[in-house]
Design a protein around this ligand. Sequence first.
Ligand code: DHB
Ligand code: MG
Length: 222
Amino acid sequence: MHNDVFVKVDDYIAGIFNAEDEILLSVNKSLDDANIPRGSISANQGMFLHTMALACKARNILELGTLGGYSTIWLARSLPDKGRLITIELEPSYAGIAKKNIDRARLSDKVEIRVGKAFEILKELQQENIDPFDLVFMDADKPHYCEYFIEVLKLSHPGTLIIADNVIREGQVMNPDIIDDFINGIQRFNKLIASYDRVNSTILQTVGSKPHDGMSISVVKY
Ligand code: DHB
Ligand code: MG
C-alpha cells in the first residue's frame, strides 16, 4: 500500500519548494533523540496548513496536540505580527520539548503552549472569552475528536476553518466491524462532520512520506 511513487512525489514537492529548513528538521530530530514515536505531519502537510492559514488570513490559531511543535511552527509562521497561536498538549514532557523547539524557531512571543486535557482546556478558553479562532488544527487523541469538535465550534466564528489529521488511516475507517478506540473515534467523527448542519466539510486523502491517511476540512457556516 505504501506506494513508492507517492513517497518520491512527496520528496519532489518538498524539494522544489525547499519546504523544510534547519529548524523544522531539528524538531523531528528532537523527537527521535527523546525516543518519541514520529507523529509529526510531513513537510508537505505542514506547507498545506501554512497555506490554508494564509488563505483565511488567520490571526488566531488553535492547535490540539502539540507533540514536538512541528505543525505548530508551520502554522505560527503564517501569522501576522500580532497573530497568536494556542497549542494544547497533554504530555508535559512533549510540551517541554516543543517549548524548546518553538523558542529556537523564535516564535515564543506568538505561541502559547497549554498543558493538560484538551477537553478541559477548551472549556477554560470558553470561560476566558478570548477572540474566536480563525483556524483550528486537530491532531490530538482520536477517540475524543467528536467531543473536541463540538467544543471547538464554541470557539469559532462563521468562516473558521477546522482541519483534523488522521481521518482515513489507510482505509481502516471503512471497516464497519473494526473494534479499535482510535478508528471508532474517527468513524464517529467523519459521520459527525458529514452530517452536522453548522459546517461544510470534506476530506482529502493524504499520501506520501507518511502512511496513507486523510485530513478533514470543515468551514463553519456563515
Ligand atoms: C498517531 C497519531 C497521529 O496524530 C498521527 O499523525 C499518526 C499516528 C497515533 O497515535 O498512532
Ligand atoms: Mg496526526
